[in-house]
Design a protein around this ligand. Structure first.
Ligand SMILES: [Zn+2]
Length: 341
């Protein structure tokens, strides 16, 4: 089924691309057997994961897309400034219209390209002269699907200016734990993960392609961002990682084949189930340490001083930037402190 020798090969190539540029990209094309004209002309990296499934890296959050008879289903649209490049990358692979955009959260690096990407597409629902929100709002552009909270956040409270134009807003939202569609010959399951990275997270499972697009509950570059102010929590974060582990299947019993479910994180490299198990264990161990310190009556400052993320800081931590190790520890503390109230 896989057009290449295995996940490890893709991984090593992804790692090389980051440092080696065009030579590694040539290697990617060799490994995947793709024609050279499908290589991106921009700085975006387009990685074929399956014959009908691709990942785009470098546009903000990771973007994934599935192609088939019905058109293109895109998960996340990257940052606004990269939207044209994302469309160009998709159009290099397929001439089919973009039918659906699914957002994994309301973060600007995941929904920023919504308006432009949706407008470049065409809703499935124009046959009767245009019905439904999609046609009304987008003039027939692709539908945008998300959890309820994403629309609430993107449209803003009533009476205040919206942070995003109406063309960027979800046209379909849902609140149930599982939403599904059947497009391009496969079942697509969308799992809502309440109170994880934020209050509006979903993970998207393409069942035949056997790919899960995880969103920012899983970030291989750093500790997971738990945005407590936007409804995130450590409990929901660990539950989301557990759902990923439960959904994915590793390459057993024939480990040497290096097959199995592929997981596209919100940021970082392609992973398999074992990678998520390790990440879940790391987050759980740090949560347990913070919980033990809190049981001893330590304050937030004392918990941070006790360095509960020790052993993982070199791999995932940071002292500077938008999400430091201390930010992560504080988010765990505040999640559990609020729960205890
Ligand atoms: Zn992100």
């Amino acid at each position: 089924m896989l057009p290449f020798s295995g996940l490890r090969a893709v991984r090593s190539v992804i790692g090389e691309i980051a440092t080696a540029g065009p030579i590694a990209l040539a290697a990617l094309i060799f490994v995947t057997g793709l024609a050279a004209q499908q290589a991106p002309a921009t700085s975006l990296e387009v990685l074929p994961l399956r014959p009908n499934f691709y990942m785009i890296a470098g546009a903000g959050g990771n973007v994934a897309f599935q192609i088939g008879e019905d058109g293109v289903v895109v998960v996340d649209t990257g940052s606004a400034s990269n939207a044209d490049a994302v469309i160009a990358a998709i159009k290099k692979v397929t001439a089919k219209p973009i039918r659906y955009v699914i957002n994994t959260s309301a973060d600007p690096d995941h929904v920023g390209g919504n308006a432009i990407v949706a407008k470049a597409g065409q809703t499935l629902f124009t046959g009767n002269g245009g019905v439904g929100l999609a046609a009304n709002f987008l003039g027939g552009g692709a539908s945008i699907l998300s959890a309820d909270q994403v629309l609430a956040r993107m449209s803003g409270p009533s009476g205040k200016p919206s942070p995003y134009p109406i063309e960027a807003w979800p046209t379909e939202t849902f609140s149930q734990p599982r939403k599904y569609m059947y497009l391009n010959g496969e079942g697509i399951e969308i799992f809502r993960q309440p109170a994880a990275h934020t209050d509006g997270d979903v993970m998207v499972f393409f069942r035949r392609s056997d790919v899960v697009v995880a969103g920012d509950v899983f970030d291989t570059r750093r500790f997971p961002v738990i945005d407590v102010a936007k409804g995130g929590s450590i409990q929901g974060e660990i539950a989301a990682l557990q759902k990923l582990v439960d959904t994915a299947i590793p390459s057993v019993p024939i480990v040497s084949r290096e097959e199995g479910t592929l997981i596209v994180p919100g940021h970082g490299r392609i992973c398999d189930q074992l990678d998520v198990v390790e990440y879940r264990d790391m987050v759980t161990i740090i949560r347990d340490r913070v919980r033990d310190l809190m049981k001893q009556g330590l304050s937030l400052e004392q918990v941070i001083a006790a360095s509960p993320a020790r052993g993982y800081m070199r791999r995932y931590g940071s002292d500077t930037g938008p999400w430091t190790t201390n930010d992560f520890v504080e988010a765990i503390y505040r999640s559990m402190h609020e729960k205890a109230q």
